[in-house]
Write a protein of this length. Structure first.
Length: 191
C-alpha cells in the first residue's frame, strides 16, 4: 500500500468536499442529515470545528470542543475553504505525523486520519442531505479503512460511529466504509 502524507490526503479530500459545501444553500441549513440529531447547519458547524481544531492537533497543541459552535456567518463557505488550506499546511509541517498526540493518546498519523475521515464522510453526509453528488478522492480510502478498522469499537463506544450497517451485496468500497461507520449508504433526504 502506498502511504501518502496526511497533508496530501487532506488536500485531495478538500478538493472533493469544498464544492459540496459551496453547494449548501441557506434554505437547506435546517434539513436533516444522515447523522441522526444533526441538521445541515449542525453538521457544517461541526466540520468547521474539526477543521480548525485539528490544525492545533497537528502542532501537538491542546484543543477545546465547545458545544454548538456557530461558524455560519459572513462568507462561511469561503472561510471553510481557507481553514481546510490551513489544515493541510498544519499537517505538512515537519513532525506533525510523528509520535503520539498529547491529550488524544493516539499516534499522530491516526489523529490526522480522523480529520481526513470527517472531511470525507461529512462531505458525503452534506451532499446526501442537500441533494448533491459526492465521490471521495480514491487515494484517501486506504487510510480511512485503516482508521475505521482500528477505531471502530472505540468510536462506537463513544457515540462517534453507529453500529455497522449491512451494505448491499454490490456495494462499492466507499459504501462499505460508510456502512462500517453506521451510515446507511442508501440514505436519501426526506421529501
Amino acid at each position: 500500500m502506498t502511504t501518502y502524507p496526511i497533508s496530501d490526503l487532506l488536500d485531495a479530500a478538500a478538493r472533493r468536499a469544498l464544492p459540496v459545501v459551496r453547494g449548501v444553500s441557506d434554505d437547506r441549513l435546517g434539513d436533516p442529515t444522515p447523522c441522526r440529531d444533526y441538521t445541515v447547519a449542525d453538521l457544517t458547524n461541526h466540520l468547521f470545528q474539526v477543521v480548525v481544531n485539528f490544525q492545533a492537533l497537528a502542532a501537538k497543541e491542546a484543543v477545546t470542543w465547545p458545544e454548538a459552535p456557530d461558524h455560519l456567518h459572513g462568507d462561511w463557505r469561503a472561510g471553510l475553504g481557507t481553514e481546510t488550506e490551513r489544515l493541510s499546511k498544519a499537517w505538512a509541517a515537519p513532525g506533525s505525523e510523528e509520535g503520539v498526540s498529547p491529550g488524544m493518546g493516539l499516534p499522530s498519523r491516526a489523529v490526522g486520519q480522523m480529520a481526513l475521515l470527517d472531511l470525507t464522510v461529512h462531505a458525503w453526509d452534506l451532499a446526501r442531505a442537500t441533494g448533491q453528488d459526492f465521490d471521495p478522492a480514491p487515494e484517501v480510502l486506504p487510510d480511512l479503512e485503516e482508521l475505521v478498522a482500528m477505531m471502530g469499537p472505540t468510536g462506537r463506544g463513544m457515540g462517534v460511529f453507529g453500529e455497522p450497517v449491512d451494505p448491499a451485496p454490490d456495494a462499492g468500497r466507499f459504501e462499505r466504509l460508510l456502512a462500517s461507520t453506521g451510515r446507511d449508504p442508501g440514505w436519501t433526504r426526506p421529501v
